[in-house]
Structure formats: structure tokens, C-alpha cells
Design a protein around this ligand. Structure first.
Ligand SMILES: [Zn+2]
Length: 212
């Protein structure tokens, strides 16, 4: 059993302050730097669920799914891969960054972790090559899949309402890109990453009989 499954009881000094079934005041969401919401109605706070539901790949790493190279792998090297392009969204780019082997943050070898810092710098620079992108955001949740992964989000230039954690939600609300625009932007990121090593589109390359 992984360390993540060694659950703490939902009965701690922190938890005992919470009032389940009451509706938090969503007005807090209308303040702050994002400026994205005029009003927010929150659902009542649900009781804590312990033990938590296992994440994908937690009980059976064989069925993880995140370990495999697939047609959405736009780049990889020996240790890491970037997957993107599942369907067009409203943001110029969203990518998932994960080790090629099944590691959790808790047990990943130091050589895998040490390669992540330079890779984040390369991904940020690659994403900013997309015309109209000001910044590359990164986030790590690991609540859906156990396999260590981070997300990269492209923030459009000038989009002050997309600053901070709210950016990912805009992907579902801005007009969807066309498939051709999405593909063009994926190519920009993949080719920029491959300039620093590794392989762009390894699955497509292998189908074409190319290297790697
Ligand atoms: Zn995995």
C-alpha cells in the first residue's frame, strides 16, 4: 500500500471546525486579482470521505494508463513525456507532464526529479513561442491519477482575468480553437522541446519508420 493510502481520519482539530451541509459564501470568489466571477453559488460542504476513493493507477499500476506513450505524446526523452491535444479547448495549450515510468511524487528517484526543473524551464519557453501567449502556468494536483503528473497551461497575452489559478477554468469558457489551430500550436511546442533533446511525436515518428 502506498503512503497516499495511509489515510488520516477526518476527525482532527482542523476538521472539527467545519460545518457540513452548510453553503459557503461564494462572494469570496468575486474578489481577488482574477476578476473572473461576478457571482458564485457554492454547493453545501459535503462530509469528508475517509478512506478516500483510490486514484487511477493507485491500486493497480498495470492499469495506470499514464505510463504509456500514445498518440497524444507530443514529446518525450528517456525520463519524461508531455502529452497534449486531446480535443480543442479555449486556451492555446494545455499539456500533461509525467515521468515515463510509473512513479509517484513520493517514490520518484532523484534523477527523475532532478530533470524536472530544467524541463519546466524548457516547457515554459516552448509554450511562450505560441503567438499570443504571455506565460506558462504549472500546477500539480495528482487527485485523479496516482502517476506523478503536472499540468502546463498557456495564458493568453493581456488576459488579466486569467491570472492565477482561475486560468484552467477559462479553457471551457473561451471559444474553442479549431483543430488546425490546435495542431499548429502543438507543433510549435513539440518542435521547440525537441530542439533541446528528446523526440517530438514519438508515436507518429515510429509509424513513419523514423528514429526512436
Ligand atoms: Zn503510471
Amino acid at each position: 500500500m502506498s503512503a497516499d493510502l495511509e489515510q488520516h481520519p477526518a476527525d482532527t482539530p482542523f476538521h472539527r471546525r467545519l460545518v457540513y451541509g452548510t453553503r459557503p459564501d461564494g462572494a469570496w470568489m468575486t474578489h481577488g486579482p482574477a476578476g473572473a466571477y461576478e457571482s458564485v453559488v457554492m454547493r453545501p460542504l459535503e462530509p469528508m470521505l475517509v478512506p478516500e476513493k483510490p486514484r487511477r493507477g493507485e491500486l493497480d499500476p498495470e492499469n495506470c494508463g499514464a505510463c504509456a506513450v500514445d498518440e497524444h505524446t507530443i514529446w518525450h526523452d528517456d525520463l519524461w513525456q508531455v502529452q497534449a491535444g486531446w480535443e480543442p479547448g479555449g486556451l492555446p495549450f494545455i499539456g500533461a507532464i509525467s515521468p515515463r515510468e510509473h512513479w509517484l511524487l513520493e517514490d520518484a528517484p532523484v534523477e527523475v526529479l532532478a530533470a524536472l526543473g530544467p524541463l519546466m524551464q524548457r516547457i515554459s519557453e516552448a509554450v511562450k513561442r505560441i503567438p499570443g501567449v504571455a506565460r506558462c502556468h504549472f500546477s500539480r494536483f495528482n487527485d485523479g491519477s496516482a502517476h506523478l503528473h503536472l499540468w502546463a497551461f498557456a495564458r493568453p497575452a493581456g488576459m488579466m482575468q486569467g491570472r492565477g489559478a482561475v486560468l484552467s477554468y477559462w479553457d471551457g469558457m473561451l471559444p474553442e480553437m479549431t483543430v488546425s489551430m490546435m495542431t499548429e500550436f502543438l507543433d510549435i511546442v513539440a518542435e521547440a522541446l525537441a530542439e533541446g533533446g528528446g523526440t517530438a511525436y514519438p508515436i507518429l515518428r515510429s509509424r513513419e519508420g523514423g528514429a526512436n
